[in-house]
Design a protein around this ligand. Structure first.
Ligand SMILES: Nc1ncnc2c1ncn2[C@@H]1O[C@H](COP(=O)(O)OP(=O)(O)OP(=O)(O)O)[C@@H](O)[C@H]1O
Ligand SMILES: [Mg+2]
Length: 290
C-alpha cells in the first residue's frame, strides 16, 4: 500500500494552490516529502529547481512549513523560539521582521510567554510565525486554521494573502474548510487514497458542479428516492436542482410524502458540493480498479 501513488503536478511561482482531500488521503505525506522529512521511494520533488533530496538545505530554505501537528520546544518563550528558528536558517538581525510577525499574528503581548503556557490556538499562531521567520518564497500551510478562532482566521488569511499578492510568495494550503479554499485558492488538487482525482482552477471546478442546490429544513424523514440523492445534516436537507422545474418537482414530491419543508432556499453549488461529487466519482472509479 502506497501513501502516495503517481502524484505529479507543478505549482507555478506566485500561485495560491489548494490541496484538498479526506482524512488519510495523503496531503500531509505529500507535504513531508516536499519538506524533505519523508523520503519518497520513487520520483522526485523540486522546489524552485532545487531537489528536496539531493539539495536538501537549499530546497528547505525556500520553504516555510506550518505543520499540522503542534510541535514546539517547551523551554523557549515565543520570541526565543522565533530567534532560534531564524538562527537555524542563518538569518541574523531579524528583530524587525520578528516584531512584525508578532504584531501581525496578534502575538505581541505573548512575546515573553513560555510556549507551554499558550493555548492551542496561540501555539498555532507561533507555528505560523516560525514558518515565516526566514521570509521563505514558498509557504506551505497544513491545516493552519484547525482549532483557530474566527478572528485569527481573518488575520491569518489577510497576512498570507498579502504575502501572496504583494511579495509574490507561492502558497500551498491544505484545509478541510472548503469555503476557505474556495475563497483563497486559484487552483486546487484533490487527493483520494494517495492519488490526484481532480486538478483544476477553482473557477473551472465550480463550473463543473450541478448549477443549483435546493436547501430546506424539515423534521420528517425523506422518501427513499429523495434520500438517495440528498445530503442531510440534522434538520437540513440539500438536493441538487438544475432548474425551477426540478425545484418544483422535489418540493411536490416532499409534500406528497408528508415532508414539511421550511426555510426553503436555492443557492449556487459551492466547492463542498464539487468535492463530494469528485470523491463519489473517484470512489466508483478507484473501487472498480481495486
Ligand atoms: N508515519 C507513518 N507510517 C505509516 N503510515 C503513515 C504514516 N503517516 C501517515 N501514514 C498513512 O499515510 C496515509 C496518508 O496520511 P496523511 O497523514 O498524509 O493524510 P492526510 O491527507 O494528511 O489526512 P488528514 O486530513 O487526516 O490530515 C494514511 O493512510 C496514513 O495512515
Ligand atoms: Mg494531514
Amino acid at each position: 500500500m502506497h501513501a502516495l501513488k503517481g502524484v505529479s503536478f507543478d505549482i507555478e511561482p506566485g500561485e495560491f494552490f489548494g490541496l484538498l482531500g479526506p482524512n488519510g488521503a495523503g496531503k500531509t505525506t505529500l507535504i513531508s516529502v516536499l519538506a524533505g522529512l519523508t523520503r519518497a521511494s520513487a520520483g522526485r520533488v523540486l522546489v524552485h529547481g532545487k531537489n528536496v533530496q539531493t539539495d536538501y538545505q537549499a530546497a528547505r530554505r525556500q520553504l516555510g512549513v506550518v505543520p499540522q501537528e503542534l510541535v514546539f520546544d517547551p523551554f523557549f518563550n515565543v520570541r526565543e523560539a522565533l530567534r532560534f528558528q531564524s538562527g537555524y536558517f542563518g538569518v541574523r538581525h531579524n528583530e524587525a521582521w520578528i516584531d512584525e510577525l508578532l504584531e501581525g499574528l496578534g502575538l505581541a503581548d505573548k512575546a515573553g510567554a513560555n510556549m507551554r503556557q499558550l493555548s492551542g490556538g496561540m501555539k498555532r499562531r507561533v507555528l505560523v510565525a516560525q514558518a515565516l521567520v526566514h521570509k521563505p518564497p514558498v509557504i506551505v500551510l497544513d491545516e493552519p486554521t484547525a482549532g483557530v478562532d474566527v478572528e485569527l482566521r481573518q488575520t491569518l488569511w489577510q497576512f498570507v494573502s498579502d504575502l501572496n499578492k504583494r511579495q509574490g510568495c507561492t502558497v500551498l494550503l491544505t484545509t478541510h474548510y472548503l469555503e476557505e479554499a474556495e475563497a483563497l485558492c486559484g487552483r486546487i488538487a484533490m487527493l483520494r487514497q494517495g492519488q490526484v482525482v481532480a486538478l483544476e482552477s477553482t473557477s473551472e471546478l465550480l463550473r463543473r458542479a450541478s448549477s443549483n442546490v435546493l436547501r430546506f429544513k424539515t423534521d420528517q424523514t425523506l422518501p427513499d428516492d429523495l434520500a438517495a440523492v440528498a445530503r442531510v445534516t440534522g434538520r437540513v436537507v440539500q438536493l441538487p436542482a438544475h432548474d425551477a422545474l426540478e425545484v418544483e418537482r422535489i418540493l411536490a414530491r416532499a409534500r406528497e410524502s408528508g415532508v414539511l419543508a421550511q426555510d426553503i432556499e436555492i443557492r449556487k453549488a459551492d466547492l463542498e458540493d464539487v468535492f463530494i461529487d469528485v470523491m463519489e466519482n473517484a470512489a466508483h472509479a478507484q473501487g472498480a480498479r481495486a
